[in-house]
Design a protein around this ligand. Structure first.
Ligand code: AKG
Ligand code: FE2
Length: 198
C-alpha cells in the first residue's frame, strides 16, 4: 500500500526544513513491495526523449527520456493516487491551493544530466511543488546523477538519487541533475494549482 496518511510520514523536522529552505527529503518513503513494483514498471515501459519547454531537444541541456504516467501504468497510477494525498496534505498545512498532480518516469543514460532550471518556465507559476522519487538500488556517490538544489537560504543541497527517496521542493527553486555515470531511474512529479484541460 502506498502512503495515504502523509501526516504520519512527515514530521516537524521535515516541515521546519521546508519552511526554512523550501526543500525536504523523505527516505524509506514507501513499502518495499511498492518500491519494487515501481522499479519493475519503470523497466517495462517505453520512453521517449524529453523536450525543453520551448519544444527543442538539446541533449546537452536535458538528457532524460520520459514516460508520462497514465492509465496504462497501473503502479504509476497508484503512486499518483498517493501523491494526490500529498497535495491534500500541503493544502491543509500551507493552504497551497493544489488542484492536481502529474508525473513521468524518467531515465538518464550514462553521460547525461539536466542543466540548471526551474520547473516553472519564465512567466508561469502553475507548478507549486516538485517531488522526485528515485528508483536506484545501491547508488554510490561516485555514480554521479545527484540532484543539486539551490535552496531558499541560498545553500546548495546535493542529494543522491537513491532508491525509495522522495525529494520535495518548491517548484520555483533552481536545480539540476549532475551527469550520471550509471543508468538512472526516477519519477518526476508536480503538484499544480491549475485545473488542466478537460
Ligand atoms: O531527476 C531529478 O533529480 C530532477 C529532474 C528534474 O529536475 C526535472 O525533470 O525537471
Ligand atoms: Fe526540474
Amino acid at each position: 500500500m502506498f502512503v495515504t496518511d502523509w501526516h504520519n510520514k512527515i514530521n516537524d523536522n521535515h516541515l521546519s526544513s521546508f519552511d526554512q529552505t523550501g526543500v525536504f527529503v523523505l527516505d524509506a518513503c514507501f513499502a518495499a513491495s511498492d518500491l519494487l513494483a515501481l522499479q519493475t514498471e519503470s523497466g517495462l515501459l517505453e520512453y521517449q526523449q524529453a523536450h525543453l519547454t520551448n519544444g527543442e531537444q538539446i541533449r546537452a541541456i536535458r538528457g532524460d527520456s520520459i514516460r508520462w504516467i497514465d492509465e496504462r501504468c497501473t503502479i504509476g497510477m497508484q503512486y499518483l493516487a498517493s501523491i494526490e494525498q500529498l497535495g491534500a496534505f500541503f493544502n491543509q498545512i500551507f493552504f497551497a491551493g493544489i488542484q492536481r498532480s502529474e508525473a513521468h518516469y524518467a531515465c538518464y543514460q550514462p553521460g547525461f544530466g539536466y542543466d540548471w532550471h526551474s520547473d516553472n518556465p519564465k512567466g508561469r507559476d502553475e507548478r507549486v511543488i516538485s517531488a522526485v522519487f528515485y528508483l536506484n538500488d545501491n547508488w554510490a556517490d561516485t555514480d554521479g546523477g545527484q540532484i543539486h538544489v539551490l535552496d531558499k537560504s541560498k545553500t546548495l543541497q546535493i542529494l543522491t538519487p537513491k532508491a525509495n527517496r522522495l525529494v520535495i521542493f518548491d517548484s520555483d527553486l533552481r536545480h539540476k541533475v549532475a551527469l550520471t555515470h550509471k543508468t538512472r531511474f526516477s519519477i518526476a512529479t508536480w503538484l499544480r494549482r491549475d485545473m488542466g484541460i478537460f
